[in-house]
Design a protein around this ligand. Sequence first.
Ligand SMILES: *[C@@H]1O[C@H](CO)[C@@H](O)[C@H](O)[C@H]1NC(C)=O
Ligand SMILES: *[C@@H]1O[C@H](CO)[C@@H](O)[C@H](O)[C@H]1NC(C)=O
Length: 248
Amino acid sequence: MKHLIKTLTVFFIWGYHSTGEEQTCRVPNAITLKREVLKEGFHRDLITIIEGNVTNSKSPLSFLLQENIPAGFYIDQYELTNLEKFGGPKTIVPANIDVEKPAHLSQNFSILVFSGPVHTNENHFSVTLKIPIHLRYQRSQSDRAHHMEVLPHPLLALRCDGLSLDAVDSGNYLTAPCNGNSELQQCYWKEAEYQISSPPPVMSVPVGQQSHAQVVFLGTVFVMSAFTLLLIKTMVNSSKIKNKEKSR
Ligand SMILES: *[C@@H]1O[C@H](CO)[C@@H](O)[C@H](O)[C@H]1NC(C)=O
Ligand SMILES: *[C@@H]1O[C@H](CO)[C@@H](O)[C@H](O)[C@H]1NC(C)=O
């Protein structure tokens, strides 16, 4: 996954100059990116809205988000695969995400989210990408009841299917999978600048407190001991009854 995206800076003319008006794939101007988080608690929905204007583009654009997910979160690959069947975005997620581990035993990771072809309506486009994201349990602490997790803004890249972007172009290009179907087919994607219309989402997670942990531990020990004593007593009683039956 680490090598999935490689930044290349391309300073030469990329694509054919003579592709003609019909074939042009324009880079939109003034792209804005907005983030929203829905739901409360450990299981959230992350909404990303990409909007902008593009003129004279005959070919639909596709967008790619590279999300750097901090260690305090996890993504459930099976949940995403399932949501795809109901119109969710295609994604590429590392195979080794442990959904059980607490935050302090986990590491950050990257995922790719693909918009698929986006059509413009009177030169305007708006794409909404929704992915479920989950907060990991935090190590218990004595001083805080809540921990704040910040989700950084993603890297945004775009491409037009089978076409070069603006005929003469420079800038940062990435190689990344062409779509979410397979990692084998790689494409060039142009890194796109965007304006942010909302601050990075901050999510509050309850922290297991140490004082609570001790109470829970002592409580568990007490209940377990009581059950064990009860069990021993029952076993002794039943063996006494059996012995009595035998001695009759
Ligand atoms: C984009 O287009 C919309 C309507 O199509 C317009 O209201 C808006 O001002 C445009 N934005 C820019 C930055 O050109
Ligand atoms: C994890 O975070 C560090 C620091 O922000 C970053 O350099 C690194 O690329 C990230 N790793 C992944 C796999 O995203």
